[in-house]
Design a protein around this ligand. Structure first.
Ligand code: GAL
Length: 426
């Protein structure tokens, strides 16, 4: 009897234990359910921005119908609003399952340095990605040998877009140097056509033109030195760039401060302005939303003085620490980093694939040319999009440039940038 009691006790205990362990595995499943949807956080909403993301989500759903997804995009170009929402969520330990973050300083000096991201080397090994992305790109998403995100795209930031009809009718060539730019701009102005469209309601667009002028004036090496604190902002070359920018500003539309980047691009599309300087998400907007034809309705050249250079902006997604559905996130990252994922997203987004083995035939004339030029060009990280310098500096630079656009005071701009340089990494 005593023996039976013991057997009973042991049996009961083992049943309880097995129940516990099965509960813990089904508990995980429950947790997966209760952790809610796989929340994808970005700023890709609306015109020109969301088509690529939607195509990627569609592909993911086809492959993983059991994982519910939530598209948690917050509107505002270049993350104007999304970055603030993200920051408060991260501070409150409520990270989205995965979020859009630029490779470079924004990721590495930001979320990685703050200890908020999980390394993804295991995923790269598992997917065989280590030689599928260009090394320079992997470097942009790595810190101390650990890889922290997966690039979905490569955007080019040094593109001057132009209305082909205006240029043909006026017998003009797309400008490749600053001298050519000013000649063309003068001719257009005489004809009553706004030469350069700007929409700096969100100040990053004006910073983008400035960084392009810096790259075109300083050249690649000196441009890089600026962000490392190796060249001062009161260097005569920077001053020269600021003077050039000031001159360019005399050719913009007067209502620039009430427009966003899409509105400015639209001016070029409609023939209300001849040119604009914008990243190649503008191509996604031209083609998907405005139904323009590549190299018929609009053309493109590198911004003045930046031929053979590539202002690189890469949108990436990672795995924040503490998310409950880490497995699902990795599943999403696997699709995002696959050839299929990249080729679903990028032809619509205007960007080129981050992977080197994507299917080039899926890209239009602009995409094919950009894929080729990326391989040959010298890369320069974008300041306006947070790759070149820490967020603290970017914010101050945006403020300084924003003031410059209205006041056009070169010395004041240089002073402000010099003061802001304490925010750069030493
Ligand atoms: C950039 C981003 C692009 C595009 C752009 C305009 O920061 O890298 O993918 O969305 O902003 O919003």
């Amino acid at each position: 009897m005593k023996k039976n009691v013991w057997i009973y006790a042991v049996l009961t205990l083992s049943l309880i234990l097995s129940a516990c362990s099965s509960q813990s595995s089904s508990g995980q499943a429950d947790q997966k359910k209760s952790s809610g949807k796989l929340e994808i956080f970005s700023w890709w909403t609306g015109a020109g921005e969301e088509d690529g993301l939607k195509a990627l989500i569609k592909l993911f759903k086809e492959k993983n119908p059991e994982i519910p997804i939530e598209n948690a995009a917050v509107a505002g170009g270049a993350g104007t609003n999304a970055k603030a929402v993200l920051a408060s969520r991260m501070q409150g330990n409520d990270p989205p399952a995965t979020f859009q973050v630029h490779g470079g300083s924004e990721l590495n000096d930001g979320w990685v340095a703050a200890g908020k991201m999980e390394p993804l080397n295991d995923l790269y090994d598992k997917e065989g990605w280590n030689d599928k992305f260009p090394k320079q790109l992997i470097d942009m998403v790595s810190k101390d040998g650990k890889i922290y995100s997966v690039p979905v795209d490569i955007h080019r930031g040094n593109v001057l877009w132009y209305n082909k009809k205006i240029f043909t009718e006026n017998n003009l060539q797309a400008p490749k140097t600053f001298d050519e730019f000013f000649k063309v701009a003068d001719q257009l102005k005489k004809k009553g056509i706004t030469p350069l469209a700007l929409g700096d309601k969100e100040p990053w667009t004006a910073t983008m033109i400035f960084e392009n002028v810096l790259l075109g004036t300083l050249g690649n090496e000196d441009y890089q030195k600026l962000w490392k604190g190796e060249m001062k902002f009161d260097d005569p070359k920077v001053k020269k760039a600021a003077e050039t920018y000031k001159k360019m500003l005399s050719y913009i539309n007067s209502d620039h401060s009430s427009r966003n980047w899409q509105d400015a691009s639209q001016m070029v599309a409609k023939g209300d302005a001849a040119m604009n300087i914008m990243g190649d998400w503008a191509k996604g907007y031209f083609v998907n939303d405005l139904k323009l034809k590549v190299n018929e309705d609009f053309g493109w050249v590198p911004t003045p003085g930046t031929e053979n250079q590539f202002m690189i902006i890469t949108d990436t997604f990672g795995l924040p620490k503490g998310v409950k559905n880490a497995k699902d996130v990795k599943q999403f990252l696997s699709v995002l980093g696959s050839v299929e994922g990249q080729d679903a997203f990028n032809p619509l987004k205007g960007s080129i694939p981050a992977r080197t083995d994507a299917d080039v035939s899926k890209y239009d004339e602009y995409g094919k040319q950009t894929i080729k030029e990326f391989k040959e060009a010298k890369l320069a990280a974008s300041l306006a999009h947070g790759s070149a310098a820490p967020e603290g500096f970017v914010t101050k630079a945006n403020q300084a440039v924003n003031i410059f656009v209205t006041q056009k005071n070169v010395d004041q701009l240089i002073d402000s940038l010099n003061q802001a340089s304490s925010e750069l990494k030493k």
